[in-house]
Design a binder for this molecule. Structure first.
Ligand code: ADP
Ligand code: MG
Length: 378
């Protein structure tokens, strides 16, 4: 694996301009390939990241997220492809010439220095004078809500505080790009959720182009302008969170984000049928394949009293089981014998639920109808 810890001191010698805003750069990655022996860690990856955007790389462990980030940072040289920061090809530039700030899961702070010394370090490397260093350190401490803690030793800080110091150190020299690799994954759940908002707020205040790596779909949905879903070294889809959730383009994306169930559909002349029943779609199907699958999410389905409304599809099934989960109730329903799907309804105290074994109608909106070709093996 990459040994990035030795090189995490942000050591850009690029121009130092007073304000980060307006200096943010777009990133354009084209046809990146990286192999380790016979293994394809990055397989023809292309992605455009807008100036000032918060872009998240989301994918399972081993999908190539860190490799892609390390190519952007300059710690990994790809076999082929191109990386532009603005108009400049940076592939041949070493990390310290790329004007990037970086944050990792394991802080990479200098343990023998105080908080303020850690923050001043990247400024010293850039020969910034003492009084300006002090000014900037104080501002950076305020920026991450650590005002007054400059004299503390690193080992006297909590995990969340250390990660704030790492963040402050990554941006103190006003880099044009911020790269973060699972920076919150060592924190416990409450702190992680709080820090998600803080990191995003910091991004918004600085207006800096940010590439953030996580394997946590909720974190990605919470923080990002757009998410690039990556699997097996390939980018599957790049979209804003809501679009990604509502319009997954592959089974992998559909199943990695949120809870999904699939039912087989037959397609003839552009019309999809579910066990012989035609279903309406919001637009033409993406694929003409004969065997496709209907993608359903539990909260999109409703147990219906009557026939379908004009904007709905319906199917029937047999209720197997209901599970009370506090804020919601999940009903497991078998469809056409051996297919099972789940329906999530909001809990209401006066609700009467159908009894197990009864026939139920399920409706869902035409606009929520997603059909993907079965031959997509991802
Ligand atoms: P992620 O960050 O998504 O978990 P990585 O980018 O770290 O994934 O790794 C992607 C794949 O490349 C993994 O299968 C990993 O084992 C492999 N890999 C990463 N770095 C190296 C390396 N230096 N040598 C060999 N294989 C590597
Ligand atoms: Mg990784």
């Amino acid at each position: 694996m990459h040994d990035v810890n030795k090189s995490t001191g942000p050591v850009s010698t690029g121009p130092d301009v007073a304000s980060g805003r307006g200096r943010a750069l777009p990133i354009s990655v084209k046809s990146l390939t990286k192999t380790y022996g016979a293994f394809n860690a990055l397989n023809n990856v292309s992605i455009d990241i807008r100036s000032g955007e918060f872009m998240t790389l989301l994918g399972p462990s081993g999908s190539g997220k860190t490799t892609l980030l390390m190519v952007l940072a300059g710690f990994v040289r790809p076999d082929s492809g191109s990386v532009l920061f603005g108009d400049d090809e940076v592939l041949l530039l070493p990390p310290h010439k790329r004007d990037i700030g970086m944050v990792f899961q394991n802080y990479a702070l200098f343990p023998h220095m105080t908080v303020a010394e850690n923050l001043a370090y990247p400024l010293k490397l850039r020969s910034i004078g003492k009084s300006e260093r002090q000014d900037r350190v104080n501002r950076a401490l305020d920026l991450v809500q650590l005002g007054g803690l400059g004299d503390r030793g690193i080992d006297a800080l909590s995990g969340g505080q250390r990660q704030r110091v790492a963040l402050a150190r990554a941006v103190i020299f006003e880099p044009r790009i911020l790269l973060m690799d699972e920076p919150l994954s060592a924190l416990d759940k409450n702190l992680r959720e709080q820090m998600q908002f803080e990191v995003r707020a910091l991004h918004d205040r600085l207006g800096i182009t940010t590439v953030y790596v996580t394997h946590d779909q909720r974190e990605a949905l919470t923080m990002s302008d757009r998410i690039a879903v990556i699997n097996d070294g390939q980018i599957q889809q790049v979209d804003p969170p809501q679009r990604l959730y509502e319009r997954p383009k592959t089974f992998f994306v559909a199943s990695f984000i949120g809870e999904t169930y699939r039912l087989p559909v037959d397609v003839t002349n552009g019309t999809a049928s579910l066990f012989g029943q035609p279903i309406k779609t919001g637009g033409p199907l993406e694929s003409t394949a004969l065997q496709q699958a209907l993608i359903l999410r539990p909260e999109m389905l409703q147990i219906a009293d009557g026939g379908p409304g004009p904007d709905e599809n319906q199917m029937t099934g047999t209720l197997r089981q209901t599970v009370f989960q506090g804020d919601s109730i999940v009903s497991y329903i078998s469809i056409h014998g051996d297919h099972e799907i789940a329906v999530r309804s909001q809990h209401r105290s006066n609700q009467t639920l159908p009894v197990p074994g009864s026939q139920v109608r399920l409706s869902w909106l035409i606009q929520d109808t997603v059909i993907l070709p079965e031959d997509d093996q991802t």
